[in-house]
Design a protein around this ligand. Structure first.
Ligand code: PHE
Length: 360
């Protein structure tokens, strides 16, 4: 009986000793298990009253445990003292006891310090921050939407019903997932444009938002293609919004991001969810428009698709196209650092090669 009690006490004590993290706790532990009034020491004392036979067996084991307690205590004390040496300086708020002061005296200040490893932001994150800052200053609100998206938001609501040939523009990664709600399908969004729909369902005009995020395409990768990349979507809906507002906004954006001498080129393009649609290019930063490898000798680099929100799209989200109009744009994000730093392979961004990432 007593033996059981002693064993139980011992395993409890060792468990608690493991969790001790400072000198104060350790002293409390010592008092709890080796203090004069502790249960364990009381038991040891009471052994004297036991019959000789029992006294021998229990006594031997109890003494063994007492020694183990003492050894454990000394060991813990040593390891706690080791922890209180701070080769990088003493963190503020650290209360140190006598023993740690002694240890600190032995600190050799001529030894080289430990290198502090500094993290850094991924180049994509850096550029996203810059883009968001510019548009925030122009009065745009930053919003986000889901990466796994309903087919409805990615296509249908954007004026691309099933079998619309424009779906071919977006090689899609489908999510194999059956819903109880019927045969609605999910996919990895192929662009950030579905966020336009989600925003217009929730907010009423005037709307001015940008939506940064990841998009996915079912495509083979090469120096200029990734299956995952980032886009920033923009949307403005209000009364009297015209193509001139779109041009003004994007032109100002390009100047703030790339410098005030930037030129912008708007050309006709087609996207089912805008009318008219445009493709926007800036003059090549590398050759200043003369023509080089980066711009395939055209002098221009396309950075985004844009246009006036299609009346059909507005109608679907119950915004009256007779009253309101809007512009939308979607830009590729990696293009920008690629241009700025002359990076020749988009795959470098997401292959986690520190030799690349440490340069930013
Ligand atoms: N979502 C289009 C794309 O990924 C870009 C775009 C956005 C075009 C908004 C027009 C308006 O290619």
């Amino acid at each position: 009986m007593i033996l059981n009690q002693v064993e139980e006490l011992a395993s409890k004590a060792f468990g608690e000793l493991d969790k001790v993290t400072d000198a104060k706790e350790l002293e409390a532990w010592r008092i709890r298990y080796l203090g004069r009034k502790s249960t364990f020491i009381q038991i040891l004392r009471s052994l004297a009253t036991l019959p000789l036979e029992e006294r021998r067996s229990v006594g031997a084991r109890a003494n063994e445990i007492k020694e183990a307690f003492e050894a454990g205590l000394a060991e813990k004390k040593r390891s706690l003292e080791k922890q209180t040496i701070y080769p990088l300086g003493i963190p503020s708020g650290v209360a140190f006891g006598k023993s740690s002061l002694v240890q600190l005296k032995s600190l050799d200040v001529t030894l080289p310090g430990q290198q502090v490893l500094l993290g850094r932001l991924h180049p994509t994150t850096q550029i996203l921050d810059e883009i968001c800052e510019i548009f925030s200053n122009m009065g745009f609100q930053v919003v986000e939407g889901p990466e796994v998206e309903w087919e409805y938001y990615n296509f249908e609501a954007l004026n691309m019903p099933v079998d619309h040939p424009a779906r071919d523009m977006f090689a899609t990664l489908w999510v194999d997932f059956k819903t109880r709600a019927g045969n609605r399908s999910m996919l990895l969004r192929t662009h950030t444009s579905p966020v336009q729909i989600r925003v217009m369902e929730k907010l009423s005009p005037p709307i001015r938002v940008i939506a940064p995020g990841r998009v996915f395409r079912y495509e083979a990768t090469d120096a200029t293609h990734e299956w995952m990349f980032y886009q920033v979507e923009g949307l403005a809906v209000d009364t009297n919004i015209t193509l001139a507002d779109l041009k003004g906004t994007l032109f100002e954006f390009a100047r703030r991001l790339f410098g005030k001498d930037r030129k912008c080129r708007f050309r006709c393009d087609y996207f089912p969810f805008v009318e008219p649609g445009v493709e926007v290019a800036i003059d090549c930063l590398v050759c200043q428009g003369d023509g080089c490898r980066l711009c395939s000798n055209s002098g221009w680099i396309e950075i985004l698709g844009a246009g006036m929100v299609h009346p059909e799209v507005l109608r679907r989200v119950n915004i009256d196209p007779e009253v309101y109009s809007g512009f939308a744009f979607g830009m590729g994000v990696e293009r920008i650092p690629i241009l700025r730093y002359g990076i020749d392979d988009i795959r470098l961004f997401y292959s986690n090669d520190l030799r690349f990432l440490r340069q930013f």
